[in-house]
Design a protein around this ligand. Structure first.
Ligand code: PHE
Length: 368
């Protein structure tokens, strides 16, 4: 420690006061942000190299006899100031320094990494299967007009087919023409219409999204749920393409052992229509409680795009100044739609749909 010894020009009272004021200021500056208490103690009070000792020696050596007492008193005061600062620093809790103050052997606070919500994860898995087949993602609004949600999909106003999708409508729409009234979309199928109005064939889209129905919540129903829709339109698209595509998709999602079968069904916007069933993944088709002893689980709706849908699309394309592009004599297609919750429940053995929306960490952590 080769600290400079301050110079003391004179031994009269005012010179002494000034010199000790400078030293007191130095001490105060160091104690204001005292980190290493022991280093501070050594620097000032060290027995051999301490600053008080060195300065004391230097100043006393050439002091005239009458200056010894005032010098000594001032040194004592300075020493008390240093000792008080040391006592205070030792009473205070240790400062964290990253060097001496932290115990690196303590376990750190572990922050759980976030994960995809199981519904989003399932939805992304479904979408990815179709991306690999060359489909691209399309999205649409959740607040939809009657035209896109129903009319263009061949649900005429007041047609009983509308009763299959109990609809949440927006208030204050009565003054508008029926097709312009707003509602919460009951399925992702309106995005079929939006896409075909905007683009000519060929079309291959998957549509993940949220849908709304005025259904009472129970173990398997929720008024807000999710679907993934698909639409493929081109020349020479046949029902075999539909079967092959969905058979592949179900194997990709549930494992290559699953079988699919197509049951006649009805949707206004597809003709013919089918419900797709997969062989029960719990009992491999033997029959169990989960499949109600049938060996099959019903999973999604599908069918060939109804020519009436192509007609509405072309009518609208022309009405907004475009060209017709969906002549049913030249263009065919298929569509399908599946419920994400239902698939996630089957994949993960979840029996209450409400678990997905509860935000309960004990449930969600199982998917980490
Ligand atoms: N939109 C139909 C539903 O929600 C499902 C579906 C989509 C059926 C596409 C056929 C084709 O019930």
């Amino acid at each position: 420690m080769n600290e400079e010894i301050p110079n003391l020009p004179n031994y009269d009272d005012s010179s002494l006061d000034a010199a000790f004021a400078t030293l007191a200021e130095e001490v105060r500056g160091e104690t204001a942000s005292l980190v290493d208490v022991e280093a501070f103690r050594l620097r000032w009070l060290g027995r051999k190299q301490g600053r008080l000792k060195l300065i004391g020696e230097a100043w006393l050596k050439s002091a005239p006899p009458e200056a010894r007492k005032p010098l000594g008193m001032r040194f004592n005061q300075l020493k008390q100031q240093i000792e008080a600062a040391l006592a205070e620093a030792e009473a205070a809790p240790p400062k964290r320094t990253g060097k001496a103050g932290i115990d690196v052997t303590l376990p750190g606070s572990v922050r759980a990494p976030g994960i995809e919500h199981p519904l989003l994860k399932t939805m992304n898995e479904i979408v990815r299967v179709f991306h690999h087949l060359g489909y691209s993602t399309a999205l649409g609004p959740q607040v939809e007009s009657d035209f896109y949600n129903f009319e263009a999909l061949n649900f005429p106003p007041n047609h009983p087919a509308r009763d299959t999708q109990d609809t949440l409508v927006l208030a204050g729409q009565q003054a508008k023409p029926s097709r312009d009234r707003l509602l919460m979309r009951t399925h992702t199928s309106p995005v079929q219409i939006r896409t075909m109005i905007a683009e000519a064939p060929p079309i291959r889209i998957v549509v993940p999204g949220k849908v709304h129905r005025n259904d009472a919540a129970d173990a398997t129903h929720s008024p807000v749920f999710h679907q993934v829709e698909g639409l493929c339109v081109d020349h020479n698209i046949t029902f075999s393409d539909l079967k092959g595509t969905l058979d592949h998709a179900m194997k990709a999602l549930f494992g290559s052992d699953v079988k699919t079968r197509f049951f006649p069904s009805f949707f206004p916007f597809t003709e013919p229509s089918a419900d797709v069933q997969i062989s029960c993944i719990f009992c491999a088709g033997k029959g169990c409680r989960k499949c109600k002893h049938s060996g099959w689980i019903e999973l999604l709706g599908c069918g060939m795009v109804d020519p009436a849908v192509f007609a509405s699309v072309d009518e609208r394309r022309v009405a907004i100044g475009g060209q017709p592009a969906y002549d049913p004599a030249k263009v065919t297609g298929f569509a399908f739609g599946m419920g994400v919750e239902r698939i996630a429940m089957i994949l993960h053995g979840v029996s209450e749909i409400g678990q997905f929306y509860s935000g309960d960490m004990r449930f969600l952590e199982q998917f980490a």
